[in-house]
Design a protein around this ligand. Structure first.
Ligand SMILES: Cc1cc2nc3c(=O)[nH]c(=O)nc-3n(C[C@H](O)[C@H](O)[C@H](O)COP(=O)(O)OP(=O)(O)OC[C@H]3O[C@@H](n4cnc5c(N)ncnc54)[C@H](O)[C@@H]3O)c2cc1C
Length: 371
């Protein structure tokens, strides 16, 4: 794109956001020969502290499109059990359901996104991801009809004309905001502290749960020899917590999981070794308006509980790709198909959102039943 003048690009489907939902959708549409542009505000695909646990639904979508084996080549870790711990001892284990080989698969998000994008690039018609490109608003014609988006690419304003605009731009979706689709937001009474540290030698791949002051403390084994710590704290409590010395807090972690003591001592020395996630979920009453449609976190943000969010974004992309193929066959003359995404996917998403609330509120009771 010319750096000095405002340019206008053109495509059939413009996807905002190269997260799991946007990357998969762009790949699927490209395979069907549909002209697609994928824009991403960041300069690369690398993400830190994002959803990285694939469940059986996400695995099925990736297998369906021949992508899972490519991800495996880059590296993925099957988690064999969910373990509940008390004072350094396992008190209960949950094994994979009948016929399943894992309770979740850890896939570094780089591996997921790079596998999808690099496989897509094998098709000569695939446009590279437009990095450093931020959606700043909707482009409208003189009747107010949305005909594309405004962007800033490498700081230079431009626009993209498109028949359909897909907001795959996450929990704070700009596409959602500019199109006036307002989500219903729910707080869950807790926030989450994340940290990633090297796993002890011989650490079995599992999800490990403990209860700390009545809150869930979870450890997720990660590919590459890491442990991700996800520690629920009362909503809004972090600023007060940070005023206190970290040592007593970290001591609680080590008392729950003594085998982590060396790694914790070497890697968690200050509050800045944790990252805070302000937890909320949301559901958009409407996922589509005219020729603008939302998928993934933009349509329905989930909490980390149960690891549904990333998988739901993949499922949305899979369903929407089929609807867009039907629309392309009709030269995008009608946008009614876009409403069908929510008709097909909405009920399952709402069940998962309700399940999260149920899992969160029953955690302590479930945990105590194992004692
Ligand atoms: C700490 C944490 C842990 C989680 N753990 C899990 C888990 O284990 N399993 C699971 O299934 N889910 C998990 N989730 C949820 C999961 O990360 C999300 O549901 C998933 O990433 C949603 O995918 P998406 O493609 O909809 O959006 P995102 O992954 O949020 O991607 C949106 C993309 O849009 C880009 N973007 C945003 N605005 C603009 C703009 N204006 N212009 C251009 N680009 C833009 C962003 O840079 C980003 O790359 C977790 C979430 C968090 C925060």
């Amino acid at each position: 794109m010319n750096q000095n003048t405002q340019s206008q690009l053109k495509t059939d489907v413009c996807i905002v956001g190269a997260g799991p939902g946007g990357a998969l959708l762009s790949y699927l549409l490209n395979q069907k020969g549909i002209s697609t542009m994928l824009i991403e505000r960041q300069p690369h695909l690398h993400k830190s502290f994002r959803g990285e646990l694939i469940n059986v639904d996400g695995e099925a979508i990736l297998n369906k499109h021949g992508l899972y084996s490519l991800i495996q080549e880059r590296g993925a870790l099957l988690l064999e059990q969910i373990q509940y711990w008390e004072n350094g001892q396992i008190i209960h284990t949950v094994s994979p359901s009948n016929g399943e080989s894992h309770v979740g698969i850890h896939v570094p998000q780089d591996h997921l996104l790079e596998a999808i994008v690099s496989h897509a690039q094998q098709h000569s018609s695939y446009e590279q991801v437009h990095f450093n490109t931020i959606m700043t608003g909707l482009l409208r014609d003189k009747n107010g009809q949305v005909v594309g988006i405004n962007i800033r690419q490498n700081g230079v304003p431009a626009s993209i004309e498109a028949s359909v605009i897909v907001g795959a731009d996450g929990r704070y979706s700009a596409v959602r905001k500019h199109s006036g689709m307002t989500p219903e937001i729910r707080k869950h009474g807790y926030d989450l502290l994340w940290a990633r540290i090297p796993a002890p030698v011989g650490w079995e791949p599992a999800v490990r749960m403990a209860s700390m002051d009545g809150q869930q403390l979870a450890l997720f084994s990660q590919f590459g020899g890491y442990v991700q710590i996800g520690w629920n704290i009362p909503e809004g409590a972090y600023s007060k917590l940070r005023e206190q010395p970290i040592a007593p807090f970290v001591d609680k972690l080590v008392s729950a999981f003594p085998c982590l003591s060396d790694s914790v001592a070497a890697n968690i020395q200050s509050w800045s070794d944790f990252v805070l996630l302000s937890v909320e979920s949301s559901y958009c009453p409407s996922w589509a308006q005219d020729n603008v449609v939302l998928i993934g976190d933009a349509a329905h943000t989930m909490t980390p509980t149960g690891a549904f969010g990333l998988n739901a974004a993949l499922e949305d992309a899979d369903v929407l790709s089929e609807l867009l193929v039907q629309m392309a066959a009709d030269q995008f003359s009608s946008t009614a198909q876009l409403q069908k995404l929510q008709t097909i996917r909405g009920a399952k998403v709402q069940q998962q959102l309700a399940r999260q609330v149920e899992m969160e509120s029953s955690f302590q009771q479930r945990y105590e039943s194992f004692l």
